[in-house]
Design a protein around this ligand. Structure first.
Ligand SMILES: C[S@@+](CC[C@H](N)C(=O)[O-])C[C@H]1O[C@@H](n2cnc3c(N)ncnc32)[C@H](O)[C@@H]1O
Length: 368
């Protein structure tokens, strides 16, 4: 048995089961859900993590009922919260942070929080509490005094940074710090973001995923363009920019765009950052030369994929990173109907002992 909470916690549904069996089951389930013919000539790669201690961030809920304090994840049966002292899915450093946080929890009734460990072992805490509770904590002061000494704090949906002037706490404009790492040719590149920004869950898994993507790009000609959709803070943009002289990074999140700009310029990349919403494709311009479309959409996938590739010069290749096989299967069907064939695909088990798997698939246009 790996985890004491395995039977009740909804976090890792199969943490106390055999790793290989669980992994193969979910892989088979995904393969069976993919459109017929998709996988006929595909080369598969498995990127697995039998040791689950890989997460660098975790979202937790906090509830205080009388003398009982719970900080953890919801129970499998949805019958309340499982109080978690230490979690098998976290890196040792993040577990230490969790332990320190638990010593002195906020004097409010409930809230959500995110804990993060950055590449320099820096600690980040995002407090997604109600405005009323935040106001109370500002007046109460002792908890904020304590917690701001052990972590950098970000507050609320507007992601303001906590600041202290004299004896008073204040909220200031969002602030960026190194909370995650990208990689380029195995070299670690710490990247800026907010604590609340989207990042992949694990730096270790991210490194392997990027390494796989780089293998896909080995034969890509430098003069060919790459258009990346869903660039976020630039996690894949950084490795992509070393494979082309013409990279365009498309993203519509205003916070992500700021980090993306900074992360690319820190690498002296000449990539273009474009504020672009893929739900509104009117102003989408595809290159007139050889190009590759790199997609990393949210769970809902990219329904507009048909329009993205419908140009006088369709992309020669599509690399699709997906955290949600259902939307991937739908979008892959569109690609196949337009003469794309899947060439190679990786299953990245960045959520070990759960039902989730990340996919990276490379499609090549058959007559392109
Ligand atoms: C799964 S995240 C990937 C982020 C990044 N590639 C990474 O590895 O960290 C999906 C990204 O798609 C962006 N996104 C969501 N909807 C979008 C839209 N309609 N147009 C453009 N980007 C969108 C999100 O803001 C987010 O950054």
């Amino acid at each position: 048995m790996l985890c004491n909470y395995g039977e009740i916690c909804s976090g890792c549904s199969s943490i106390n089961e055999d790793y290989e069996k669980n992994y193969l089951n979910k892989k088979e389930t995904i393969l069976a859900s993919l459109p017929n013919g998709l996988t006929t000539r595909t080369q598969f790669t498995d990127i697995t993590f039998k040791n689950p201690k890989i997460r660098n961030r975790m979202d937790l809920t906090f509830i205080r009922e009388g003398n009982q304090l719970n900080l953890g994840l919801y129970a499998k049966d949805h019958g309340g919260l499982v109080d978690i002292e230490s979690c098998e899915a976290l890196t040792p450093e993040l577990n230490l942070f969790l332990r320190d946080l638990r010593k002195f929890l906020p004097p409010i009734k409930k809230g959500s929080l995110r804990i993060r460990i950055g590449p320099k072992n820096n600690r980040g805490l995002w407090l997604d509490f109600s405005n009323k509770d935040i106001q109370y904590l500002f007046e109460e002061k002792s908890w904020l005094n304590h917690i701001s000494q052990i972590a950098k704090i970000e507050v609320g949906q507007r992601r303001k940074a906590l600041d202290k002037i004299g004896d008073e706490f204040k909220l200031k404009k969002e602030s960026l710090d190194y909370w995650f790492s990208s990689f380029t040719h195995e070299k670690e590149v710490p990247i800026l973001s907010q604590i609340a920004s989207f990042t992949q869950p694990s730096i270790e898994a991210n490194k392997k995923m990027i390494s796989y993507i780089e293998t896909c790009l080995m034969s890509w000609p430098r003069e060919g363009a790459i258009i990346e959709v869903g660039s976020g803070i630039g996690n894949f943009s950084i490795p992509l920019s070393s494979f082309t002289d013409s990279l365009s990074c498309l993203e519509n999140d205003k916070w992500a765009l700021k980090s993306l700009e900074k992360n690319l310029s820190a690498q002296n990349s000449n990539a273009k950052v474009i504020n672009f919403d893929f739900n509104r494709l009117n102003d989408f311009q595809s290159p007139a030369k050889e190009w590759l479309l790199f997609l990393d959409p949210p769970r809902s996938g990219i329904r507009e994929i048909g329009q993205l590739i419908a140009s006088p010069r369709p992309p020669d290749r599509v690399i699709y990173v997906s955290c949600f096989p259902e939307s991937f299967a739908r979008d892959a069907t569109v690609l196949m109907s337009q003469n794309y064939e899947i060439d190679n695909m990786a299953f990245v088990d960045q959520f070990p002992y759960t039902n989730h798997l990340e996919l990276v698939a490379q499609f090549i246009k058959k007559d392109g």
